[in-house]
Structures are given as structure tokens and as C-alpha cells.
Ligand binder design. Sequence first.
Ligand code: UDP
Length: 350
Amino acid sequence: MRSLITGGAGFIGSHLAEQLIARGDDVFILDDLSTGSVENIRHLKSSSRFHYVFDSLQNRHLLAELVDESEVVFHLAAAVGVRLIVESPVRTIETNVNGTQMVLEAASKKKKLVFTASTSEVYGKSDKIPFREDSDLVLGPTTKGRWSYAASKALDEFLALSYWKEKKLPVIVARFFNTVGPRQTGRYGMVLPNFVAQALGGPAITIFGSGQQSRCFCDVQDCVQAILRLVDSDLAVGEVVNIGSNQEVTIEALAQMVKQRTASSSPITYVPYDEAYEPGFEDMLRRVPSLEKLQRITGGRPMTPLHSIVDRVVAYFRNKNAGTVVETERPLPVLVPANTEAEAGGTVAL
Ligand code: UDP
């Protein structure tokens, strides 16, 4: 299969490119390197199956050509990271909305399958745990910058689903829940790379708010496996599907786990949200996906335990700090069938 990955030099995109190449596919990536990095794909450049272009989605002719060459388009290019969103809301909205519109328009000419990445942010402040794909979205006011990300991604979803309904363009919308792993940067505010860098280099591991807010962290390789299975299934077309883990952990427990597993002497400190982001910042208290639909369509769901993910991220940072380039991928498959003992999910034991 020949695929195009927009945002292919990003964190998730580079792992997806790697696994597509490993299974014998040809991969084109298009990335403007705004948040992606050459480092993420350096090890793929020697493959004859790997083709990359550093340019913007705004280059319509190039986009059209790359879409024409491909059977599937993975649209992962987006402005991500809460810090980036709070600091650059215009860029967030324009990148997310215009980019998706251009990809869908280009793909619709020859009805190429589009897998488009959305986010668990769209559920907003909903307290109906677990979040099901057909649940209501509960967003805060437009005066609070954080919600622009959720709103822009919700609009992307509407647009993708409309292309399916009105123009019969096959689309799959996936909502990613806190995907983590090697190559993720802390630059845009993501918690795990920040905690690991702080644990290894100090001065302090910074918890924003009380630390009682919780998340479910999904290993990037599990996420990629879920993506690949979704595009292989006719049942996924025209659907919105959560991709994540349902092992819930508080941010305070995550900080303790990182500190313990790195044997770090960095103290854990608490920073008020107003200081960490902006005055009046609203966080989500809990975010847990329902994985029923993913399980039904793909026959599996992400289940890598959090401590294994943390260990791989720690190893990645240690190698990076030492200037060693080491491949951190582990053997596949990583999606695990249901009805195992971890099926019920729950809080991760430390
Ligand atoms: N967070 C934190 N310290 C950091 C970065 C983030 O305590 O250095 C918190 C953040 O406020 C949020 C959680 O960790 O409650 C997850 O943040 P992230 O940006 O990784 O993802 P989100 O779930 O907010 O999209």
C-alpha cells in the first residue's frame, strides 16, 4: 500500500511511518516542521520506501500530487499541545481547520480513504465517564483560549463526516487520548516528557493544579496499531472512534511513578494553573475513553501498562541526553484482545 502521512515528522506520524515501512508499504510524508522534527525521521531516510517533503499543506499542487500517489491519507498534521494552544490560538485554529479542509478537498477528487486525527479534548468538561463517541461534547466559553482547540477539532470532525455523507468520501475520524512514548517533546506542554526531563535534569517535577486530575495514557505503538487496524476495516468508514487506554492515573501518581522509576532526587512541586497556563485556565478533572467501539471494530485495544511506557520514555531521554541514537521500538503486535484480566481498566497500581 502507498500512504501519505501529513504531519509525518511529528511524534505519532513518525511512529506510523516506521510501522508502515516495516510491513512493506511505501510512505510519503508531508510536514512543515512547525512542531515535527527531522530527528524523528532521520532513521527512516535510508529506506527506499520512504519519501519526505518539508512543505505546507497550503501548497495545493503538491498536496494534490501526493494524494494522487497514495491509496490512503493519514491526516495527522495539526497544532497540538495545550501550551501551544494557549499561546498561539490563531495558529491553532487556522492550522487545524484550513489543513483538514484542504486534505479532504484533495482526497475527494479520487475518493481516497482519509484517516483523520481528532482528540479527546473534544469531550471538553463532560463528566459522563467513560467518554463514548456518541456522548455530548461540553465545551467552555469562547473567551477561554483552551477551548479553541476542541472547537477546531470538532469542526474538523463535522467536515470529515460531511464529506462522507454528502460526497461519499471514505473517512475515519479517530479521537486520540493522551498518546505518549519516545520522541514526544515536552515543548508544547505534554506532561510525561516534561516530568521525565524534570526527573532526570531537575530542578523540580512540576504538577499543575492539585494533581488530582486524572488521565489515561496510551502507548504510541498501541495507538499506531489501532490506526492500522481501523484503516483495514470497512466497519470504520464514516465512524468516529476513540483510541486510548482506559488505565486511569492521577497526575500526582504519575509524578510519583516517574520520580520512583528514575530514582530522581528532584522534588515534586505544585504550580497553580493560572501560573502554568493563563488566568482563568480550565482543566478537565477526568478523561477516560470508552473502548467498546474500538474493540468491536478492530478486535483489540491498547493495554501497555503505564510503567512500561514510562520506562521506555525514560530510556529515550537518557539516550538523548547521552547523545546516543537508539531505536526504541519493541516487537509487535501490541493490541491485546478483550476478556483478559486487565479488561476492566481502572487506576494503575504503583
Ligand atoms: N501537567 C502537569 N505538569 C506539566 C504538564 C502538564 O501537571 O508539566 C498536567 C496538565 O495540567 C493536565 C495533565 O498534566 O492536567 C495532562 O496534560 P497534557 O498537556 O499532557 O495533556 P492534556 O490531557 O491536558 O491534553
